[in-house]
Design a protein around this ligand. Sequence first.
Ligand code: NAI
Ligand code: PYR
Length: 386
Amino acid sequence: MIVGIPKEIKEDEYRVSMIPSGVSALVGRGHRVLVEKGAGLGCLISDEEYVAAGAELLDSPEAVYSLSEMIVKVKEPQVQEYDLLREGQILYAYLHLAPMPELTAALLRNKVTCIAYETIALDDGTLPLLVPMSQVAGRMAVQVGAHFLEKTQGGRGVLLGGVPGVRRGRVAIIGAGAVGRAALQMAVGIGADVYILDIDSSRLEHLDSVYGNRITTLMSNQENVSQSVRNSHLVIGSVLITGALAPHVVTRDMVRTMKPRTVIVDVAIDQGGCIETSRPTTHKHPTYMVDDVIHYCVPNMPGIVARTSTFALTNNTLPYALKLADLGFDRAISLDKPLSRGVNCYKGYVTYENVARSLNYEYIPLQELGIPIYDLPSDRHTQTRK
Ligand SMILES: NC(=O)C1=CN([C@@H]2O[C@H](COP(=O)(O)OP(=O)(O)OC[C@H]3O[C@@H](n4cnc5c(N)ncnc54)[C@H](O)[C@@H]3O)[C@@H](O)[C@H]2O)C=CC1
Ligand SMILES: CC(=O)C(=O)O
């Protein structure tokens, strides 16, 4: 197979989708890898390292897209890239389609075969290609939250760890998945007073057994969420319904009750945000204010810690890329159930139920499009937002 690695063009996105050892693994199995010049520079990987690994360097994204059978990317295609993708070409990347109707329409129009990293799911619901970046973003959420609480950043002037004789800052983490747990680890580490909420009691039980009385676990319901939000200096949004537009677990009315100049970090913004007042921002302009509360809602947080993130991401994406290249799309998808759950669009149809529901498309299972698979994608939760 011919595999293309374009340079990422989303604003302040410095990751690359494949490192040289990935290139040599593919080339060693008889595949060709086309890398756009400069694709790795954002994370300090030179063109020479790719060439030494067996890649062919190309000057332009147009050349990479037009010659490749599979495009491996980090972030969803940007507007300039929509029409570089063509019918039957495999796109293997983070896509987060539910909050992106225009991107979805372009991918369907061009009949691109879309495999979304974030919906590849093991049988127990673990999202192996989301976890590494969630671990990065969860850790960053506390770091950026603490930063924007500083007075010079417009914040309330609260030190999350407190000092002897003064109360600690309070952090509420809504969603105890991979992001929530990574944020919890950091928030406990800096000595904050941490509340963590989820609708999955087994997750709360596990955290309680690990952290004991150093944290407070709470069932996520309207009363507990509103009380936690009202009393916190930093609220971290980390709710996910796989593939779907995130539910607004924190409402605008709850945000109004927060103390002036406290901070919200809505990590779930890539799925539309789990806080009603959230909208996407960028690393250059990461925050805005609603009701005197600072909102940080950057959808590619790991993009600026690109070296750590690139290695963490590609550790997990490479095995599926190898499988797709070795077996081709049809066989790889038929034989690998977790990978089959990653297919969001195929032959112009939406093949992931929560994406279809969020965007008002008809959901067509892959089996109906001629791809035999063991069974239908399974979602752990069904609550979605239109
Ligand atoms: N902004 C960024 O740069 C990044 C964003 N993310 C995003 O962060 C979000 C969370 O990702 P993960 O933690 O990996 O997902 P996850 O699936 O591991 O965890 C999500 C958690 O949300 C919980 N949940 C569902 N409904 C809830 C509700 N009503 N109240 C409280 N909890 C609820 C689930 O039970 C689950 O424990 C996703 O949207 C993901 O794409 C991940 C990495 C980077
Ligand atoms: C998860 C995701 O979209 C990111 O790491 O940018």
